[in-house]
Design a protein around this ligand. Structure first.
Ligand code: DSN
Length: 433
């Protein structure tokens, strides 16, 4: 039996070796998955630090009736003793999240994006209630009412979509459908929508039918934090986001709202859906929010958008068609319907050359989700590692060389060597092992 102090490499060389290999893959190839990012060393240290041990069901505050249910920092909000320090950590994470986004209330205990949405539905909807959200094939998310997901099975979601020719949300149709469907909640936000969502229009449509407006800003939260994207605060009733995408934090999620709705959200998170919060991730979220408040992060967010727009333009120069002809955000969606192969085939060819993307449906797609007619590309990860316009231009050229001649293994090998050479020339983040 090894001692507690024995390093991972000695305790479990197999897993240690695989972690090292994954790190080498990540820094040795080009990561274009729009929802992925490389967190800072500080975030990783907090995540992997010695905070794995504690149970802390409850919150670092109490909501006393005599105080109108307003949060009061108090250790008795926990069901376990020994949380004096953990309370300080969670309190810092909450206060930083509220300051970063300018909301009265933040819950930092959410394990990930789908459970965050589940908690919000649990707080404000009854099973069977009507709701509306973007269709998965038009860029939505499984937890936005997909029939194969809990959300679509427990609640009565009507999907809305985009105008196929423009790729922009069909707000007029959404308004008409909302009148007919009478949703109790409308969800805005998507995983493959390259344009800025019109929060004002969503507010008006929600108000016209008395619906609650949830903005799921998981994809663009980092751009909001870095002031490179309009904020949904002031329009949305409730906001959910993951913390590991453009925010560049640890895996996990966050819910934002006003104090009044926070009461229902707290009850839904605990004891409603989740139990013991992951304090190591909460500490890492606090670090992430701190980093997001620094001026460098605003530069990062601006660079993410600038790089995505430049990359999109270069892809069009190389002959590709983009949904909505470009982007306002961190992602672009390439429509491959003018080609003879699927998005799946394209993504498989690109990964052979060290270019990591994901297949994605495009509006009006006739192929199933396992095949698709598009690929989704994003700039956050490689911008974190220092890529700028020159590098994204090169990546667009590589993608053309591969996708114009998708069965040419020699060309894939040539591109692979060029990818390795470029990636090797970048300063790599320190590895913790
Ligand atoms: N899986 C995420 C994405 O790729 O957009 C959403 O949860």
């Amino acid at each position: 039996m090894n001692s507690f102090n024995t390093p991972l490499a000695e305790v479990d060389p197999e897993i240690h070796g695989l972690i090292k290999k994954e790190y080498d893959r990540v820094i040795g190839t080009v990561q274009l998955i729009a929802s992925e990012n490389f967190p800072s060393r500080a975030v990783m240290e907090a995540t992997g630090g010695p905070l794995q041990h504690k149970y802390a069901e409850g919150f670092p505050y109490l909501r006393r009736k005599k105080m109108d249910g307003i949060r009061e920092w108090d250790r008795d909000g926990r069901y376990y003793e020994g949380n004096v320090i953990m309370d300080q950590i969670e309190r810092l994470a909450i206060e930083r999240a509220q300051k970063l986004f300018g909301t009265e209330y933040a819950c930092v205990q959410l394990f990930s994006g789908a459970p965050a949405n589940e908690c919000i539905y649990h707080a404000f909807l009854e099973f069977g209630d009507h709701a509306m959200a973007m269709d998965l094939a038009n860029g939505g998310h499984l937890s936005h009412g997909s029939p194969v997901n809990f959300s679509g099975q427990r609640y009565n979601f009507m999907p809305y979509g985009v105008v196929e020719e423009t790729g922009i949300i069909d707000y007029d149709q959404l308004a008409r459908d909302a009148k007919e469907h009478q949703p109790k909640m409308i969800v805005a936000g998507a995983t493959a929508y390259p344009r800025i969502v019109d929060f004002q229009k969503f507010r008006e449509i929600s108000d016209s039918v008395g619906a609650l407006l949830l903005v799921d800003m998981a994809h663009f939260a980092g751009l909001v934090a870095g002031k490179a994207h309009p904020t949904p605060v002031g329009y949305a009733d409730v906001i959910s986001t993951t913390t590991h995408k453009t925010l560049r934090g640890p895996r996990g999620a966050l819910i934002l709202a006003d104090e009044e709705r926070g009461k229902a959200i707290d009850r839904a998170v605990f004891p409603g859906i989740q139990a013991g919060p992951h304090l190591n991730e909460i500490a890492a979220k606090a670090v992430c929010f701190h980093q997001c408040m620094q001026p460098e992060f605003q530069q990062y967010a601006a660079d993410v958008v600038k790089n995505a727009q430049f990359f999109g333009d270069e892809m069009m120069v190389q002959g590709f068609k983009l949904v909505s002809d470009g982007t306002d955000t961190h992602l672009i969606l390439v429509d491959l319907r003018d080609r003879k192969y699927s998005g799946n085939k394209a993504a498989k060819a690109l990964i052979k050359a060290g270019i990591c993307t994901n297949r994605n449906m495009v509006p009006g797609d006739e192929r199933p989700p396992m095949q698709t007619s598009g690929i989704r590309l994003g700039s956050p990860f490689m911008t974190s590692l220092g890529f700028g316009e020159d590098e994204f231009r090169e990546v667009a050229r590589w993608i053309k060389r591969i996708l114009d001649d998708i069965k040419n293994d020699d060309e894939i090998e040539n591109v692979k060597n060029e990818v390795s050479e470029l990636c090797a020339s970048y300063p790599h983040p320190d590895f913790l092992l």
